[in-house]
Design a protein around this ligand. Structure first.
Ligand code: NDP
Ligand code: HSE
Length: 426
């Protein structure tokens, strides 16, 4: 079984290591030896002394490698949309099975890859694209196919979970926690994809597509990052018995799906509240199965390579036996509903003037938009005050209209933060 490996960075080099270390076991499990036909990288001449492979295998011509007649399976661990899409369409079009960790491509253009795989009869596997080592996509794609998934709630980005866990543990600011995450190698030099929620949104689209048998793209996902979460929000969450997490939430509501990524307060008793540092966890609710929890390492070379090799064994076995995995299941074709229709609770923090009538005028704005207040806390600071209001469940559109009107009130100096509150009442 000949493999073209596209990419040999963090994940690709661990794939090479595991292929080497576990060669005998993999041969026994697949029924044939797995052999690297070539490794495509940007800089083929770069020294890679720790890798147990012949340097002659490296090439800069990824497309040429994919097209080689002797290649059976293509593993793509480069990332990004192009040229990865061209390579994978070439492979699938020629009936070669594909294993990829590329969440960005799957979330943007998964449909075109699935269509190409369906036409040629090739396998397209991507377990590593969401939550790294955690076996999650296969359970959604296979084990839960007899059930009806109602909701998937996940912590699917390790970098942001590390930052929010550090803020919760030490009271530090977002900037201080990001600096720590960068120094420890969790956050990349440009952390935008993680802290602004793009990475989690891509994963949310993949999870929602599988859970609800519907094509969902990253553009369908409502996305908010964690850059505006303050130490005050974290302290306020603590006072309520909550913790702030960047959540991906995909749920089925009647004949629609809702998919969103945003920071949210969850009770400390929630199964996801104890998931700290760079770990990932996904909580799946299904009608017959009830609640399921998947937990583990969502990133890193070896954990991600574990998922890649699991897929490799599956597609290699299928090729040897002439079989293939089930095709994409997108028959439900549900509507993706806009965030305005979402119903949840909110934590709103306002900087206000501390004088007679302010609380009444603020409460009046909530009332005018039909948003019912559950609790109000005020901390005075001279002639100013911080008002923290927690609402009962209300539609997102109503809350957005409330916030817009609050901003126009003279007495409201700033809407310091708005956070959703998920889970049962703490
Ligand atoms: P890296 O940046 O560490 O490695 C990328 C590799 O791709 C390098 O070997 C690079 O070559 C090669 N490459 C880049 N551009 C080209 C090109 N145009 N032609 C040929 N080769 C190219 O990425 P990661 O290993 O971290 O990530 C790979 C994929 O896995 C991404 O899709 C990522 O989202 C996904 N993923 C990563 C996880 C992680 O923990 N890192 C976790 C889960 C998924 P060179 O070595 O010469 O620079
Ligand atoms: N940047 C991602 C994270 C890597 O922090 O979780 C895994 O996809």
């Amino acid at each position: 079984m000949k493999i073209a490996l596209l990419g040999c960075g963090t994940v690709g080099s661990s794939v090479v290591q595991l292929l080497h270390e576990q060669a005998a076991d993999l041969t026994a499990r697949v029924g044939a030896p797995l052999e690297l036909a070539g490794i495509a990288v940007r800089r083929p001449g770069r020294e890679r002394p720790d890798l147990p492979v012949d340097p002659k295998l490296f090439t800069a011509d990824a497309l040429g490698l994919v097209k080689r007649d002797d290649v059976d399976v293509v593993i793509e661990v480069v990332g990004g949309i192009e040229p990865a899409r061209t390579w994978l369409l070439e492979a699938l079009g020629a009936g070669k099975s594909v294993v990829t960790a590329n969440k960005a491509l799957l979330a943007e253009d998964g449909a075109v890859l699935h269509d190409a795989a369906a036409q040629s009869g090739a396998d397209l596997f991507y377990e590593a694209s969401v939550a790294g080592a955690i076996p999650l996509l296969r359970p959604l794609r296979e084990s839960l196919h007899g059930d009806r998934v109602t909701r998937v709630t996940g912590i699917v980005n390790g970098t942001t979970n590390f930052i929010l866990s550090a803020m919760d543990a030490t009271g530090q600011s977002f900037t201080e926690a990001l600096e720590e995450a960068t120094a420890l190698g969790y956050a990349e030099a440009d952390p935008t994809a993680d802290v602004e929620g793009f990475d989690a949104a891509a994963k949310a689209a993949i999870l929602a597509s599988l859970a609800f048998h519907t094509r969902v793209t990253a553009a369908d996902v409502h996305r908010e990052g964690i850059t505006d979460v303050t130490a005050t929000d974290v302290a306020s969450a603590k006072a309520m018995g909550c913790v702030i997490k960047l959540l991906c939430i995909a749920s089925r509501v009647d004949d629609a799906v809702s998919v969103r990524v945003h920071p949210a307060m969850i009770p400390r008793t929630h199964p996801l509240a104890g998931v700290v540092d760079a770990f990932n966890a996904v909580y799946v609710e299904a009608e017959a199965a009830g609640q399921l929890m998947f937990y583990g390492r969502g990133a890193g070379g070896a954990p991600t390579a574990s998922a890649v090799l699991g897929d490799l064994v599956a597609v290699a076995r299928n090729r040897l036996t002439g079989s293939r995995a089930a095709k994409e299941s997108a028959y439900a074709d549900l509507r993706v509903r806009p965030i305005g229709e979402e119903i949840t609770r909110y934590h709103v923090c306002l900087d206000v003037a501390d004088r007679a009538g302010v609380l009444a005028s603020v409460a009046g704005v909530f009332a005018r938009h039909g948003v019912s207040i559950a609790t109000v806390n005020q901390a005075g600071r001279g002639d100013a005050a911080v008002l923290v209001i927690v609402t009962h469940r209300a539609p997102d559109a109503a809350l957005a209209a409330t916030v817009a009107e609050l901003r126009s009130l003279d007495a409201v100096k700033a809407v310091a933060s708005v956070l959703r509150v998920e889970g049962d009442q703490p």
